[in-house]
Design a protein around this ligand. Structure first.
Ligand SMILES: C[S@@+](CC[C@H](N)C(=O)[O-])C[C@H]1O[C@@H](n2cnc3c(N)ncnc32)[C@H](O)[C@@H]1O
Length: 220
C-alpha cells in the first residue's frame, strides 16, 4: 500500500482511523498490518516514540533499573528509544498479538502481555511498575480514559505515567473531546495522580504536533 492510500479503516497518509471504528476492528487491523507498521510510520516521520522516551527519561532521575511498562507497545518503537537511553527493564502490553510478535522477534522486553486495556483488571499486581510509557495509543477506537484507574493501580506510589499522543485528537476524536482531559483532572482531584507536565511537541507525527502528559502516581 502506498503512503497516500487508505484502507476502509485507516488512512496511512494522515495516520487517522475511521470515526466510529470499534476496538475489536482496530486490533484486527493491527494484527493484519503488523509486518508493515514500522515502514508506514517511518515513512511518515513518526517521532512520538523518541519524544515519549525522552520526556519520561527526563523525569526519571536517572534510575536506569526502573521497571517500565510500555502500554499499547505495538512493535516496540518506544522500547527501542528507551533502550538507547539506557533503560533495559521493560515489559510490554498490547491487545494485538501480531504487533507483540514483531516486538518479540526483536527481543526488547522481559514480559509480553497480550491483553485489552480498558476498565477490566489486568494480570499485573498492584504497585508493580516504576513507570509507564504510553505512546501513540490514544486515537480513534484505541485507549480511552476508562483504562486510567488500572494504569494507576499497577504503578508504585511516586511512579510516573507518560502519555504521548497527537494533540489534535484531543479535539477531533469524539471519545476524547471534552472527556479525556477532564477525566485526567478528575483523577487529580481525587488524589490518584498529580500532573508534572503537559507539553506540546512539534513534529510528533509528520508535521503534526503531539502532546506529552506526565503524571506522578500518589499513594492511594
Ligand atoms: C499506533 S500503535 C502504537 C504502538 C507503539 N506504542 C508506537 O508508538 O509505535 C497503537 C497500539 O495500540 C494497541 N491498542 C489499541 N487499542 C488497544 C486496547 N484497547 N488495548 C490494548 N491495546 C490496544 C494496538 O494494538 C497498537 O499496537
Amino acid at each position: 500500500m502506498a503512503n497516500n492510500e487508505a484502507t476502509d479503516a485507516f488512512c496511512v497518509a494522515t495516520g487517522t482511523w475511521k470515526p466510529g471504528i470499534t476496538s475489536a476492528e482496530v486490533l484486527r487491523h493491527y494484527d493484519n498490518m503488523a509486518e508493515k507498521y514500522d515502514k508506514y510510520v517511518h515513512d511518515m516521520s513518526y517521532n512520538g516514540p523518541r519524544q515519549c522516551a525522552e520526556a519520561l527519561a527526563e523525569v526519571m532521575s536517572g534510575n536506569k533499573a526502573a521497571r517500565i511498562l510500555d502500554v499499547a507497545a505495538g512493535t516496540g518503537l518506544c522500547a527501542t528509544e528507551l533502550l538507547k537511553l539506557g533503560y533495559t527493564n521493560l515489559d510490554a502490553i498490547d491487545g494485538s498479538q501480531g504487533m507483540l510478535d514483531i516486538a518479540k522477534s526483536r527481543n526488547l522486553y522481559h514480559r509480553y502481555i497480550c491483553d485489552f486495556l480498558g476498565p477490566r483488571r489486568l494480570d499485573i499486581e498492584d504497585d508493580h511498575y516504576d513507570a509507564i510509557a504510553c505512546c501513540g495509543s490514544f486515537s480513534q477506537g484505541h485507549l480511552k480514559d476508562d483504562c486510567f484507574p488500572e494504569l494507576i493501580r499497577i504503578v508504585k506510589p511516586g511512579g510516573l505515567i507518560c502519555i504521548a499522543m497527537r494533540e489534535e485528537f484531543l479535539h477531533t476524536v469524539e471519545a476524547y473531546r471534552g472527556k479525556l482531559e477532564p477525566a485526567m483532572v478528575a483523577l487529580e482531584n481525587k488524589g490518584c495522580w498529580e500532573r508534572m507536565a503537559r507539553d506540546i511537541v512539534p513534529k510528533y507525527y509528520n508535521d503534526k504536533d503531539g502532546v506529552v502528559f506526565i503524571y506522578r502516581v500518589l499513594a492511594q
